[in-house]
Design a protein around this ligand. Structure first.
Ligand code: CA
Length: 230
């Protein structure tokens, strides 16, 4: 399990980040204090730190620099400061990425995965995701999907479609966006081909394809993947 340290003094934001990371299978340690964060880093090993720039006891940039001096873990900085100068400065003191508040938690999780992949290529291979309390497992190392612990056969397009949606749980995709992500930009067929792939996927992964719990229809918009247990 990947271990993350979340340093953010705004409790509501911290809770949302922790909830999203946990849902995506990360282990989380949280604090609202820069000093506590440094203490945590000195006694534990983390795979990634999410660090707010404005902390009550310390400047996030100082925390970043002090961590950087001793520890190679990737750091994503959170900030309300959107100016390009702050962005460049944040990256120059050793942050690996920068995200500006307010942000979409899904976007943050996507950045976390990207940063981990970039800093540790094994991350991409080792990706394994569980949904619905283990009812659905996507093992991207083996390129296999399991439903209730039984391997199911998917076509390459179905697999890519499921992977794209599952990596972005609760994000609504239009058919056109899914076409672009799954079939490529130059696909010039009917976008409704996605409907057929979704139908096939539901037959294979849902308990009741007519009342899907994972792949949900968003009327008038497209589809989204729900990773919860209901
Ligand atoms: Ca803050």
């Amino acid at each position: 399990m990947r271990k993350t340290l979340i340093v953010e003094d705004e409790e509501k934001i911290r809770e949302v980040i922790v909830a999203y990371l946990k849902r995506d299978g990360f282990e989380t340690t949280e604090t609202g204090s820069g000093n506590e964060a440094l203490h945590e880093v000195s006694k534990n090993t983390f795979d990634l730190m999410i660090l707010d720039l404005m902390l009550p006891d310390m400047n996030g940039e100082d925390v970043c620099q002090q961590v950087r001096a001793t520890c190679p873990m990737p750091i994503i900085m959170l900030t309300a400061k959107a100016s390009i100068n702050h962005r460049i400065h944040g990256l120059s003191i050793g942050a690996d990425d920068y995200i500006v508040k307010p942000f979409d938690p899904n976007e943050l999780i996507a950045r976390v995965r990207t940063v981990l992949r970039r800093t540790n290529p094994q991350e991409l291979l080792a990706e394994r995701m569980e949904y619905g309390e283990g009812r659905l497992i996507i093992d991207n190392q083996a390129k296999m999907v399991f439903v209730k612990n039984e391997a199911i056969g998917l076509t390459p397009s179905e697999y890519r479609l499921l992977l794209v949606m599952a990596r972005n749980t609760d994000r609504t995709f239009s058919r056109e966006k899914l076409i672009e992500l799954v079939m490529g930009y130059d696909f010039d067929g009917d976008a409704r081909i996605i409907d057929q792939h979704i139908k096939n996927l539901r037959q294979k992964i849902e308990d009741d394809p007519k009342k899907p719990s994972f792949i949900q229809t968003v009327f008038g918009t497209g589809y989204r993947f729900h990773g919860g247990s209901q």
